[in-house]
Design a protein around this ligand. Structure first.
Ligand SMILES: Nc1ncnc2c1ncn2[C@@H]1O[C@H](COP(=O)(O)OP(=O)(O)OP(=O)(O)O)[C@@H](O)[C@H]1O
Length: 400
């Protein structure tokens, strides 16, 4: 059963990604929450006392503190490599906001300034169609860059997790896919490559959801329920790794499961690496399971070959110095001979061909979806669908 697919896997294969809890917004009405703490005896609104950062350079806060006199901290919404995201009440605009407080470490501060630059580009060029999170403000506070965003809901990963990794209905996957491709088409038009697309970085605009009976039943014949978002509107977040030019790059980018073959093989990457990630994401939304559940390059390539067929020789021959060790005589993948363990070989064997994995979740007559995935997961970036081409795919024209 998909819902428990991960539980049945070996422990070390369970994906470990730090996520915050579901819908942490406190239940109290705002008016009640925003009073008293943080006011001086004369009623003036104060900043909290100076505190040392923690040893990782994170800003140390207490709930209900003021961040600055303007923003009151209500809850912690998330945490990433760059910093923590806090739900705050903006006393000036009288609205909830999400403030990303960057760690006070130079490399993260520098990256945050690049993120701000990207966010400004996105806002400036916004023709009312962007599905990228909107930055409202930013400031440098006690050596922490703080980026103020519109407050969004849970991520698609939070939703999958909450539903015990059971798949989204195909109609919803279509809706998410279309919006995701539109936002990436828009970024690419602005010569921006996101480079870190994953379900964690796609947030629902609203936190409202509905609980529906699932058609699965437990052993005790109890009805299962699952949560679905009330609205399918989504936005992209996390532009901390976004690259702003149309050159070919050679650094390692993308979160492992969503990493494209050209990045792993060191062939150089550009816009098309985002489309590979979208292929992996759409598969995951439709099946509930990550397509390439791995942490190792050779195993990752072996999984790709299992699902998508052999890597093209013209790519394997050009593999960089670091990657050529994965191949024998320059072109054939050194698998299973090069595997680290039997468990690794078994993990690869558990995968099927992509279309067979998809057909377990999506009925056969809907093979347009599998066809779209093959287009997004084309090994050769020059043959991979662009965002606009993918939007033109028949999958997005059908409603069944
Ligand atoms: N505008 C927002 N509204 C609500 N929650 C948000 C918002 N922005 C970020 N979050 C939450 O905070 C988490 C961390 O944010 P973000 O991904 O921007 O941080 P990061 O440090 O850049 O992460 P990473 O380690 O993936 O690079 C997100 O996964 C999400 O749960």
């Amino acid at each position: 059963m998909i819902a428990n697919g991960f539980e049945s896997m070996d422990k070390e294969r369970v994906r470990k990604r730090p996520r915050m809890t579901w819908d942490e917004a406190p239940a109290e009405p705002e008016a009640k929450r925003a009073v008293i703490k943080g006011h001086g005896s004369d009623g003036r609104i104060l900043s909290p006392p100076l505190r040392d950062d923690d040893r990782d350079g994170h800003y140390v806060f207490s709930l209900r503190d003021n961040l600055t006199p303007r923003y009151k901290i209500l809850s912690k919404m998330g945490e990433g490599t760059f910093g923590r995201v806090l739900e705050c009440w903006d006393r000036d605009t009288k609205e909830y906001v999400a403030i990303k407080i960057i760690r006070s470490i130079k490399k993260y501060r520098d990256a945050a300034m690049i993120e701000i630059d990207v966010l400004q580009k996105l806002v400036k060029s916004d023709k009312g169609r962007t599905r990228c999170v909107q930055m409202k403000n930013w400031f440098d506070y006690r050596n922490h860059i703080c980026i103020v965003f519109e407050k969004l809901g849970p991520s698609l990963f939070d939703f999958l997790k909450r539903n015990k990794y059971s798949a989204f209905p195909l109609a919803l996957v279509r809706d998410f896919g279309c919006q995701l491709l539109e936002s990436v088409a828009y970024m690419h038009e602005l010569q921006l490559v996101h480079t870190d697309l994953k379900p964690e970085n796609i947030l629902l605009v609203s936190s409202e959801n509905v609980k529906l009976p699932d058609n699965k039943r437990s052993a005790a014949n109890e009805t299962h329920f699952r949560c679905l978002p009330k609205s399918s509107a989504i936005k992209l977040i996390d532009f901390g790794s976004t690259v702003c030019d149309n050159r070919i790059h050679h650094s390692i980018v993308q979160t492992r499961h969503y990493r494209s073959p050209e990045v792993i093989l060191g062939l150089g990457w550009s816009y098309q690496c985002d489309l590979w990630s979208i292929g992996c994401i759409l598969f995951e939304l439709c099946t509930g399971e990550a397509l390439f559940q791995t942490h190792d390059n050779l195993e990752h390539l072996a999984m790709m070959e299992r699902a998508l067929g052999p890597l093209p020789e013209h790519m394997t021959r050009k593999a960089s110095r670091g990657a050529e060790k994965y191949f024998r005589r320059g072109c054939r993948l050194n698998w299973p001979e090069g595997a680290n363990s039997r468990e690794s070989i078994r993990a690869v064997k558990r995968l099927d061909r992509l279309k067979d994995m998809v057909s377990k979740h999506v009925d056969n007559t809907r093979s347009r979806f599998a066809d779209l995935l093959y287009g997004l997961l084309a090994y050769d970036p020059s043959e991979r669908l662009t965002a606009n081409e993918a939007l033109d795919h028949p999958f997005f024209k059908s409603s069944s």
